[in-house]
Design a protein around this ligand. Structure first.
Ligand SMILES: NC(=O)C1=CN([C@@H]2O[C@H](COP(=O)(O)OP(=O)(O)OC[C@H]3O[C@@H](n4cnc5c(N)ncnc54)[C@H](O)[C@@H]3O)[C@@H](O)[C@H]2O)[C@@H](O)CC1
Ligand SMILES: Nc1ncnc2c1ncn2[C@@H]1O[C@H](COP(=O)(O)OP(=O)(O)O)[C@@H](O)[C@H]1O
Ligand SMILES: [K+]
Length: 500
């Protein structure tokens, strides 16, 4: 499990550890780890041009000490002091090591030829403007420096956190540094795992400074492949199709037949013992043609799902339409006493009667930002900008487990840490991949996994399959179709369970 923390949690742990150690020990450890990481990111240290962007706080201090270590190894190090004061010990160390430091010119930094020249020529830029002490949008001149670094040809290394990214949440209020590498101290910050912050961090490189024993239970975690493999349902000698889990899928409409085919495909390929599909005549015909493994039944909304047969979990929603008939079906499925996954149109109709989500049996909702925005009555852009906040809020407000899709998939439920998915690829942003995901998670629910486990495992496996579909055996990358993701599921699970 990769554990991630807020700035306050890291600070509290640092305070406890610092109380037991001589002053400066932690900064020394941080700077040493940072210097090693920077040295590895350079073809050679001797003669390399290194530019330090230095803020007023300890983040700038780490940067100055690391710069001093590189200067001692022969790098040509220049520091730009972005604030009137800088960490005194760090500055003295840099100067003793032969590094140069200067304040900012009057006027806009991007109009200063000396500064733009330093940025253009730097082989490596260290962003030490702000770390976990940052709050709100980057102020000037920090914002201008972050912009300048954005256009730099060299490697950009963020010190602890890319400046401008909220370390606790991944939110970005204004400008933010875009790093190739983030060297983060003590423990991973939650904001480095969740977009938009995660995509500014580049590769994450944690540096151990001895914080471990002082850290609390994490509020954000990411499961490893081995942990997902351990959770995935696996048949045993006593298994039969019913015991492995029967998943009912209510999806599709005469207008949207593909969603039904894709959701059923996700469930079949993820290993459901049996898939019972119920819907309108056209999607039933399509599902039968593509997935002869599924059992199908044509239903009218007023009939409900009582005659579909016994299932251990329902998947409700993909392509089912948003009219009154769809709402009637949603009421029927949500009135059952088994776990229900609500996706897509199922969420749109449920937004008209959110009370339907308050059930005794477990409920998992799988919205994208637009669908969650409708449920919470906030614009989709706000959901995307504050993914942790809105996923947690929906989990608390509706008493459900929430899998929020998009550039970082997060799974939230009350009383547990948020799980962040680290597989996947932006190639998954294509119509129908969400329907496949719903089918996968439905199969895992039917097999008996708890909502958060089913959701986290489904997102992980779906992301692996999506990546495998996009890259293929030839290497490179290419666009994918949603069905490719369903077809790659067995291979993705084989790779996961073999540990490769
Ligand atoms: N506390 C510790 O034990 C350790 C801290 N370390 C470093 O210390 C950092 C935290 O240092 P600090 O607490 O001094 O805080 P930071 O250096 O992260 O930031 C504080 C400074 O940034 C300014 N600032 C905050 N928000 C700003 C904004 N939006 N725009 C412009 N300026 C802004 C503040 O006015 C202040 O001068 C960590 O990220 C890490 O790099 C490491 O040395 C490891 C040990
Ligand atoms: N930028 C992105 N990066 C990675 N994955 C993404 C991105 N955008 C969307 N996805 C993933 O693609 C899938 C799209 O699902 P969804 O929005 O429900 O589409 P649809 O309804 O067409 O199936 C989800 O699994 C989502 O997490
Ligand atoms: K930083």
């Amino acid at each position: 499990m990769l554990n991630a923390y807020t700035s306050d949690e890291i600070r509290a742990a640092e305070r406890k550890l610092m109380a037991r150690l001589p002053e400066g020990t932690l900064m020394g450890r941080a700077a040493a780890g940072l210097a090693v990481a920077c040295a590895r990111a350079l073809p050679r240290v001797y003669g390399a041009r290194v530019l330090l962007l230095v803020g007023a706080g300890d983040n700038g201090g780490d940067t100055l000490y690391a710069g001093a270590l590189l200067a001692r190894r022969g790098a040509r190090v220049d520091a730009v002091l972005a604030a009137p004061r800088a960490h005194a010990g760090g500055l003295a160390a840099l100067r003793r090591a032969g590094g140069r430091a200067a304040g900012l010119p009057d006027g806009p930094p991007d109009a200063d030829p000396r500064l733009t020249g330093l940025v253009r020529r730097a082989d490596l830029i260290m962003d030490g403007l702000v770390g976990i002490g940052g709050s709100g949008a980057l102020r000037e001149p920090y914002a201008a420096l972050a912009r300048l670094a954005g256009g730099a040809p060299g490697v950009v290394v963020a010190v602890d956190v890319p400046s401008g990214v909220d370390a606790s949440t991944g939110e970005i209020a204004g400008e933010a540094v875009r790093a190739h590498l983030t060297v983060t101290f003590g423990a991973v910050k939650a904001g480095l795992l969740v977009d938009p912050g995660a995509s500014r961090a580049g590769t994450l490189l944690p540096v151990d400074i001895g914080l471990g024993p002082d850290l609390p239970e994490p509020g954000v975690v990411a499961l490893t492949g081995a942990e997902v493999a351990g959770l995935l349902p696996r048949p045993g000698a006593e298994s039969d199709k019913y015991r492995r889990g029967v998943v009912g899928v209510v999806a599709g409409s005469d207008r949207f037949t593909g969603a039904a085919v894709l959701a059923v495909g996700g469930a079949v390929r993820a290993g459901a013992g049996l898939v019972r599909f119920a819907g309108a005549a056209d999607p039933v015909r399509q599902v039968r043609a593509r997935w002869p493994e599924a059992v199908t039944k044509i239903i009218a909304p007023e009939e409900g799902v009582a005659e579909v047969g016994r299932v251990q979990a329902w998947v409700l929603g993909p392509g089912m339409g948003t009219g009154d008939g769809a709402l009637e079906l949603a009421r029927a499925v949500l009135a059952t006493d088994v776990p229900v996954l609500v996706d897509a149109d199922g969420l749109t109709v449920t937004a008209r009667e959110p009370g339907l989500l308050r059930r005794r049996a477990p409920t998992l909702i799988t919205p994208h930002a637009g669908e969650l925005g409708r449920l919470l009555d906030v614009p989709a852009g706000d959901v995307e900008a504050r993914r942790l906040h809105h996923a947690r809020r929906a989990a608390a407000e509706f008493g459900v487990t929430v899998l929020l899709k998009g550039s970082t998939t997060v799974v939230a439920e009350e009383g547990g840490p948020v799980r962040v998915n680290r597989t996947g690829t932006p190639w998954l942003a294509t119509g129908g991949t969400g329907d496949v995901l719903a089918g996968i998670a439905g199969a895992y629910l039917a097999a008996g996994l708890a909502c958060a486990d089913a959701a986290a495992c489904a997102a992980h496996v779906h992301g692996l399959a999506g990546r495998a579909a996009a890259t293929g055996p030839e290497g490179g990358e290419a666009p994918i179709a949603a069905m490719d993701v369903a077809e790659r599921l067995p291979a993705a699970v084989r790779a996961l369970t073999s540990g490769s």
